[in-house]
Design a protein around this ligand. Structure first.
Ligand SMILES: N[C@@H](CCC(=O)N[C@@H](CS)C(=O)NCC(=O)O)C(=O)O
Length: 206
């Protein structure tokens, strides 16, 4: 049985969503955020203190987009992957990494300097700069959505989960009102997926 350590609406949501898309059984361990402060013993399990943390047999992983890819390969959810011999293999990998490294990274600075830091350490300038950074990079998603309903290979893949979570976080941060029409429509389509709804219900039940 796969074990997933998760905090509500955090990056580990990518993994929860992927588990629901594949239809795998899992045990969900819901933690208060941030666990390194509110659940110190979690550091004995994952010394980084971050979520997600996924255990599958001897496998231990901490990178949300990589876990999504691992699950699809390991459990042979072929339609959720793009294979090396497919035209869009490179595009798939690019979007998979782009969702975390390029889109989520600037958002975490907005989150940190508007909400997580104590009042006296908050910094509107940093938040504003990295919000602009996020929207600059989101132009790539806008361009893709002007041509297709999904990011690559003409079907929903783990790359859509990686980028889709960044759109979810943008909504959480109050930024989704500034999405272009194609990006807003894409985000709306993603939220209609039964597995997305199932992942939301699973974290609420947890
Ligand atoms: N690149 C990692 C980042 C993991 C990460 O930093 N997660 C955040 C939550 S979204 C976290 O655990 N923060 C708590 C902390 O830093 O103590 C991923 O994609 O999973």
């Amino acid at each position: 049985m796969i074990t997933l350590y998760h905090c509500r609406n955090a990056r580990s949501f990518r993994v929860l969503w992927a588990l629901c898309e594949i239809g795998l059984d899992y045990e969900l361990k819901l933690l208060p955020f941030p666990p390194r402060v509110h659940q110190r013993e979690y550091l004995d399990i994952n010394p980084l203190g971050t979520i997600p943390y996924m255990i599958d047999g001897e496998t231990r992983m901490t990178e949300s987009s990589a876990i999504c890819h691992y699950l699809a390969v390991h459990y042979e959810a072929r339609e959720l992957l793009v294979q090396p011999d497919e035209q869009d293999y490179g595009a798939y990998l690019n979007w998979l990494f782009f969702g975390e490294a390029t889109l989520t990274f600037p958002q975490t600075l907005v989150l940190r300097y508007t909400r997580l830091e104590p009042e006296e350490r908050r910094n509107p300038q940093v938040a504003e700069d990295y919000e602009r950074w996020f929207f600059g990079r989101l132009r790539a998603v806008d361009a893709a959505m002007q041509k297709s309903e999904t990011l690559c290979a003409g079907r929903f893949t783990m790359a859509d989960i990686s980028v889709g979570f960044a759109l979810m976080l943008a909504e959480e941060l109050g930024l989704s009102g500034k999405f272009t029409e194609p990006v807003a429509a894409y985000w709306n389509r993603l939220q209609q997926r039964p597995a997305f709804k199932a992942a939301l219900a699973a974290q609420d039940a947890g």
